[in-house]
Design a protein around this ligand. Structure first.
Ligand code: NAD
Length: 501
């Protein structure tokens, strides 16, 4: 099959920055090509931001913070704007999904789900700031104390290319809900859906300068790096690779910036012999192949108890072979095109490594029928040893490693045997084992007999190389606000007297 994809209607003529209420080009006029993952042909030009563009965007955000009204508006008033943003995202969900799917290669049905989740994020944080309870303490007759939750200033938001619109909403909603102003740096591979934010925000009545966006690359001297090193951006919320997170951590250190890091993963799905195997197979197939495998919480290492291992591998491989690879725009597609040829090459190179390290039981190459674009077969390796690279390293594509274990202790050792610690999935009918395993597994989030569903009130984040800090629910409010303690004297003033002769 060759390309039958067509650009969605309403494509902008170019991707520009958005600063102080206006779409603008880079000051030096530089641009780069954005690629359609189905053909790998460039389909649009995007402005490439540098330090000077970031300086302009930060100045705009700073002005909007200092002059208001956004930071001092009542939470209920800000919540109304957020509610309108959610409504607009919902009414445009089809367009948003088409753009996202076209730009990133995500299957259209899954892109639609992500657009809906983006609307939910705004609705959720609108509700949360209105319901916010502030802490207060008192020592009867002596003093009372309360905590002021204050917006911090200009938040720098740096996002990756997987589910870009939803991940941007995950940072934008709490950052602005709490009264900050922002500069967003979207991922360079997928800037299209982000170009819709300005129209959505303007229509919802977000004051000028509260939202600013600089497109382009992350490396030194470019937009991402310049945002991290800008002295007037006191906090950075970053989602991306662990190695990029380490670099940002070091680059932000001279200013002691507030950092939230949502990083890579190599999450285990542990299947015990007493599990409901049908449910476990369905969920673990979905867990690694949905979103093209480009999911931070993908259960990309499946650990299976020895007594059901052969059956599991056989049934899993058979189901993986039935996963439908197709064009992103086809509503029956389950796995579509990886985001970019560079990423395709990376995933394919891991498949070749896997063929040396383990037993290939499904897939293993370019998806049949697709001569162009970044289409990879859902690929399953069995008998993967813990020292294999495909066991240890994040592939971020439709590739899974299956490993047997003999005992609970070995399962735990294998589960914890990588540098990552984002998620873990546990399949067992033994409740005691499920809870004990959850306690011991090194993962920020655990799903028991469940696929990846998440209540927005719960903390989201990883341990070890998977992240720093948590967002989600009140954790996001904590991250995007300063907790200022105010102490009030209720009794006599007992000032110690110093230096009085
Ligand atoms: P990446 O680290 O290459 O890039 C992420 C963003 O950082 C991009 O916008 C990029 O331009 C920018 N960037 C790059 N270098 C920078 C620098 N020196 N300073 C500032 N910004 C810089 O990641 P990616 O390839 O876009 O995304 C995939 C990765 O993201 C995977 O590792 C995945 O697991 C991770 N991810 C994690 C979560 C999570 O919540 N834990 C969610 C989604 C994706």
């Amino acid at each position: 099959m060759t390309d039958t994809t067509t650009a969605p209607t309403g494509l902008p003529e170019k991707i520009r920055h958005y600063i102080d209420g206006e779409f603008v080009d880079s000051l030096d006029g530089e641009e780069f090509d954005v690629i359609n993952p189905v053909t790998n042909d460039p389909y649009i030009r995007a402005a490439s931001g540098k330090k000077a563009d970031v300086d302009r965007a930060v100045a705009s955000a700073k002005r909007a913070f200092a002059e208001g009204p956004w930071p001092t508006m009542l939470p209920r008033e800000r919540a109304r704007v957020l509610g309108r943003i959610a409504d607009i995202v919902e009414t445009r969900e089809q367009t948003l999904a088409e753009m996202e799917s076209f730009d990133s290669g995500l299957p259209i049905t899954q892109a639609l789900g992500q657009a809906r989740r983006a609307a939910e994020n705004f609705r959720f944080f609108a509700d949360l700031i209105v319901a916010q309870i502030d802490e207060a303490y008192k020592v009867p007759g002596r003093q009372a104390n309360y905590v002021n939750r204050k917006p911090i200033g200009v938040a720098g938001l740096i996002t990756p290319w997987n589910t870009p619109f939803m991940l941007e909403s995950w940072k934008l909603a709490p950052a602005i809900a709490t009264g900050n102003t922002v500069v967003l740096k979207p991922a360079e591979f997928t800037p299209l859906s982000a170009s819709l934010w300005p129209g959505i925000f303007e229509e919802a009545g977000l004051p000028q300068g509260v939202f600013n966006m600089v497109n382009g690359f992350g490396e030194e001297g470019f937009a991402g790096d310049s945002l991290v090193k800008h002295p007037e951006v006191p906090l950075i919320s970053f989602t991306g690779e662990s190695s990029t997170g380490q670099l940002i951590f070091a680059n932000a250190a001279p200013w002691l910036k507030g950092l939230s890091m949502e990083l890579g993963g190599k999450s285990p799905a542990v299947v015990f012999a007493d599990a409901d195997l049908d449910a476990a197979i369905n969920a673990t197939v979905f867990g690694v192949f949905s979103l093209n495998g480009e999911r931070c919480t993908a259960g990309s290492r499946i650990l299976v108890e020895e007594s059901v291992y052969d059956e599991f591998v056989e049934r899993y491989a058979a189901q993986a072979k039935r996963v439908k690879v197709g064009l992103p725009s086809d509503p029956t597609t389950e796995v579509a095109a990886l985001v970019h040829p560079e990423h395709y090459e990376k995933v394919m190179s891991y498949i070749e490594i896997g063929k040396q390290e383990a037993r290939l039981v499904a897939g293993g190459g370019r998806a049949e029928g697709f001569e162009t674009g970044n289409f990879v077969q859902p690929t399953v390796f069995a008998d993967v040893m813990p020292d294999a690279r495909i066991f240890q390293e994040e592939i971020f594509g439709p590739v899974v490693a299956i490993t047997p274990f003999k005992s609970d202790a070995e399962a735990l050792e294998l589960a914890n045997n990588t540098r990552y610690g984002l998620a873990a999935y546990i399949w067992t009918s033994d409740l005691k084992r499920a809870h004990n395993f959850s306690q011991a597994v090194e993962a920020g989030m655990v799903w028991l007999n469940s696929n990846n569903v998440r209540d927005l009130r719960t903390p989201f984040g990883g341990v070890k190389a998977s992240g720093l800090g948590h967002e989600g629910g009140y954790r996001s409010i904590d991250f995007y606000t300063e907790a200022q303690a105010v102490h009030i004297n209720l009794g006599e003033v007992h000032n110690p007297v110093f230096g009085k002769q």
